[in-house]
Design a protein around this ligand. Structure first.
Ligand code: 4FN
Length: 234
């Protein structure tokens, strides 16, 4: 899969995308990632990317010109152009799966107070990673790249892939422990060291359900919808 990113802050992308699973996916050629500086698509001597809003008001907006130039340069017929904005559809694992099915994503990051409204006409989709104020769209782009990359076939090792199964049920994880069995007076639950595999499985599914019900009832509803959708398929 190919992902292009358009941003005013390409430097923010070095580091996070050069580590771990994303690094490996890039080396394996599963992910072809390119970061583009919006300023490179300006035409004027001062490389202007922003301007004042018509009608007045505080702050600056990204001008449409450089973004149109960039999208026309980077996107083809089959590219999914995604605008990152707090006004977008809220990202969740279903949306991530949708994105991972695309051959080519172009992620357009906002800056200043946002985009000139006409930029919206370029986008196939608008996404938000959640409700909080950010300084620009670089971190949302990286969140999407991270979540999508781990779904690319071959991106995860065997152990990591096995783990993915539990996530896809939509519930929270059960409590987990590693050695030592006793740490600072806190002990691993007896059942986990018992060796009774059936008992352990039962305990884990109870704990996962309990924890999800107590802390994230919203996930429980989503998990039940998932289950229903899966049953309808066969
Ligand atoms: N943010 C809100 C309301 C109004 C503005 C903002 C805000 C970066 C360019 C957008 C934020 C959050 C999730 C992009 C927030 C995201 C952004 C995102 C983002 C600079 C303009 C801005 C939601 C709190 C009511 C700044 C809330 N996912 N404006 O953050 O780009 O993708």
């Amino acid at each position: 899969m190919k992902i292009d990113v358009l941003t005013l802050f390409p430097g923010m992308f070095s580091g996070p995308l050069d580590e771990s699973i994303i690094k490996r996916a890039r080396q394996q050629g599963l992910l072809e990632l390119k970061i583009h500086n919006l300023r490179d698509y300006t035409q004027d001597r001062h490389k202007t990317v922003d301007d004042k809003p018509f009608g007045g008001g505080p702050g600056m907006l990204l001008k449409p010109g450089p973004i149109f130039e960039a999208v026309e340069d980077l996107a083809t017929e089959t590219t999914r152009v995604i605008l990152l904005t707090p006004a977008g559809r809220k990202l969740n694992q279903a949306v991530v799966r949708e994105m991972a099915d695309c051959a080519h994503l172009l992620l357009v990051c906002g800056s200043y107070e946002g985009f000139d409204e006409r930029v919206r006409s370029l986008a196939d989709d608008e996404l938000s990673i959640g409700d909080y104020v950010l300084t620009n769209g670089a971190l949302p782009a990286m969140v999407i790249i991270d979540a999508v990359t781990r779904l690319l076939p071959g991106a995860l090792g065997d152990d990591e892939s096995a783990l993915q199964e539990s996530f896809s049920h939509g519930a929270l994880e059960y409590p987990q422990y590693t050695r030592p069995a006793s740490f600072r007076g806190m002990n691993v639950p007896e059942v986990l060291v018992s060796g009774h595999h059936a008992e352990i499985a039962k305990w884990r599914s109870e704990q996962a359900a309990l924890r999800t019900k107590e802390r994230r009832p919203d996930l429980l509803n989503a998990a039940m919808e998932n289950e229903k959708a899966l049953q309808k398929k066969d």
